[in-house]
Design a protein around this ligand. Structure first.
Ligand SMILES: Nc1ncnc2c1ncn2[C@@H]1O[C@H](COP(=O)(O)OP(=O)(O)OP(=O)(O)O)[C@@H](O)[C@H]1O
Ligand SMILES: [Mg+2]
Length: 217
């Protein structure tokens, strides 16, 4: 069952925002999604509490327990798992990469953030997992910046995802209210970006983007 790790050694890169939106997009598409929070800051768990535990389900885990938690969740019907990780934590990031079918690395477009990708790149390469950089919180109208950043990412031996999560107030407002961009502005650009990225992700883990409904009596 598809397991997506969201990692970045850099603080504030947009890991939790991306993780909870990916899990919520899978729920919106009819799957039972699970978000596993490896971050001792428990930001994703806080978000779940704010939304009174409406789906997606968020559970926490210590890194050494991750494999067992995934096994248990799969037995209980989880169909799409997203792992949110803390910054500056090799052991949590390594455990998440180890468990993942696909690794997504959110990265802001600043020079400092792009330089920090090197550390994350070497961690992913050691494990040989498919990994893509997702540019986050950049200007929605600066295609040239994304092209330059994608080139830099390639120089580090990683690939940039063609879909971005731009800097949009809807992401900030939604998360602060325990909601998603799809919930507060279903027809907005932020929601659209999440859906595009979710569908692209499904493609990379060989999963139908929408769960087929059972038919019959
Ligand atoms: N695409 C975006 N548009 C606007 N604001 C964003 C976007 N992504 C993240 N943010 C804001 O940036 C801040 C950091 O985001 P987030 O908590 O997702 O990062 P993080 O990588 O999980 O941080 P940490 O390393 O502390 O776990 C939050 O205030 C969030 O609302
Ligand atoms: Mg976080």
């Amino acid at each position: 069952m598809p397991t997506i790790a969201i990692i970045s050694q850099k603080g504030g890169a947009g890991k939790t925002t991306l993780a909870l939106h990916m899990a919520a997009a899978a729920e919106d598409a009819g799957y039972t999604a699970l978000l596993i929070d490896l971050d001792p800051q428990a930001t994703a768990s806080q978000w779940a509490a704010w939304r009174l535990d409406a789906p997606p389900v968020v559970i926490d885990s210590a890194p050494p327990r991750l494999a067992a938690k995934i096994k248990q969740a799969t037995g209980q019907g989880a169909e799409f798992i997203v792992i949110d990780t803390p910054p500056h934590a090799d052991s949590a990031a390594s455990a998440a990469v180890e468990a993942a079918d696909l690794v997504l690395i959110p990265c802001r477009l600043s020079a400092f953030d792009l330089a920090a990708i090197k550390t994350t790149a070497s961690l992913v390469k050691m494990r040989g997992k498919p990994a893509f950089v997702i540019f986050t919180a950049g200007s929605p109208v600066a295609p040239r910046m994304y092209e330059e950043a994608a080139q830099l990412v390639q120089d580090y031996g990683l690939e940039a995802c063609p879909h971005h999560i731009a800097d949009r107030a809807a992401f900030r407002h939604a998360v602060a209210e325990g909601k998603t961009a799809m919930e507060i502005e279903p027809n907005g650009k932020a929601a659209d970006e999440v859906r595009q990225l979710y569908m692209w992700t499904c493609n990379h883990v060989n999963m139908q983007s929408h769960k087929k409904r059972r038919t019959g009596a």
